[in-house]
Design a protein around this ligand. Structure first.
Ligand SMILES: NC(=O)c1ccc[n+]([C@@H]2O[C@H](COP(=O)([O-])OP(=O)(O)OC[C@H]3O[C@@H](n4cnc5c(N)ncnc54)[C@H](OP(=O)(O)O)[C@@H]3O)[C@@H](O)[C@H]2O)c1
Length: 240
């Protein structure tokens, strides 16, 4: 039976691959994003529905929730990224530093908090919530890493609150994943090579690596898998 899947930030990169994976599985997919043209083109390419929504804006998120169907089976909180790429370096300017930190917290943590809270009443019993974390949560990386680390803590709250409805909540934490807009043109060849060499598989991650794991987390085989962080980085970070 066809399910309804919401993928925030689903027009590009990892979110787009996730949307594509669920479409291939026969599900109805809704993608969100802020850039109307990019979003509408992706929706037309993929055969999915698009809703323009800035996940950091409570009014826009409430509107999104109202526009969505009565039942949502899977929510993928994918929208986010390292906002520092597009912001001035704060150095010792505390006002700028505060603004930079808040931007990353809004983009990566609050977008997930607002979207999950707004959509929770519509989530089907036995459904799934998946948040996009990052290897940066374990490596530091300033406000971006801190925002993704906070997301893993928030994930425990979601899993606890929705667990009695048999809804699972997990974080998928990618390492370097190519062919996305994440680096905003600022990834040098040297840095790219060092990220590849840091893996045990000696290759870059690709968006379909992430999409396949998310597909599994939303599958019948993963109904007892909740409150976890799944690291997906070719062994660049190991857990035990
Ligand atoms: N690529 C990597 O190496 C990597 C590694 C670890 C984790 N991640 C995480 O993976 C997720 C997906 O990123 P990606 O790599 O696929 O990069 P991406 O291509 O830049 O995708 C991010 C998407 O999110 C949307 N977005 C950003 N802020 C938003 C907001 N406030 N409201 C709604 N949509 C928003 C963007 O579209 P608009 O700008 O049009 O809104 C874009 O489509 C992010 O959470 C990122 O932090 C990526």
């Amino acid at each position: 039976m066809s399910r309804t899947i919401v993928v925030t930030g689903g027009a590009t990169g990892i979110g787009r691959a996730v949307a594509e994976r669920f479409v291939a599985g026969g599900d109805e997919v809704v993608i969100t994003g802020r850039r109307v043209g990019v979003l509408e083109k992706a929706a037309a390419d993929l055969g999915v529905r698009a809703v323009v929504c800035d996940g950091t804006d409570p009014v826009a998120v409430a509107r999104l929730a109202a526009e969505l169907p009565a039942q949502i089976d899977v929510l993928v909180n994918n929208a986010g990224g390292n906002t520092d790429f597009a912001r001035p370096d704060a150095a010792d300017d505390l006002v700028q530093l505060r603004a930079n930190w808040l931007a990353n917290l809004e983009s990566n943590l609050l977008s997930a908090v607002l979207t999950t809270t707004a959509l929770a009443p519509k989530l089907a019993d036995g459904g799934s919530v998946i948040h996009l974390g990052s290897i940066a949560a374990n490596l530091g990386r300033s406000s971006y890493g801190a925002s993704k680390a906070a997301l893993t803590t928030y994930n425990l709250d979601v899993a606890t609150e929705l667990g009695p409805r048999r809804i699972t909540s997990n974080v998928v934490a990618p390492g370097f994943t190519a062919d996305t807009e994440f680096f905003q043109g600022q990834l040098t060849d040297t840095r790219r090579e060092s990220l590849i060499q840091a893996t045990l598989t000696k290759r870059e991650g690709v968006a379909t690596d992430i999409a396949e794991t998310i597909w599994f987390l939303a599958s019948p085989g993963a109904r007892h898998l909740t409150a976890q962080t799944i690291h997906l980085n070719g062994g660049a970070l190991t857990t035990r």
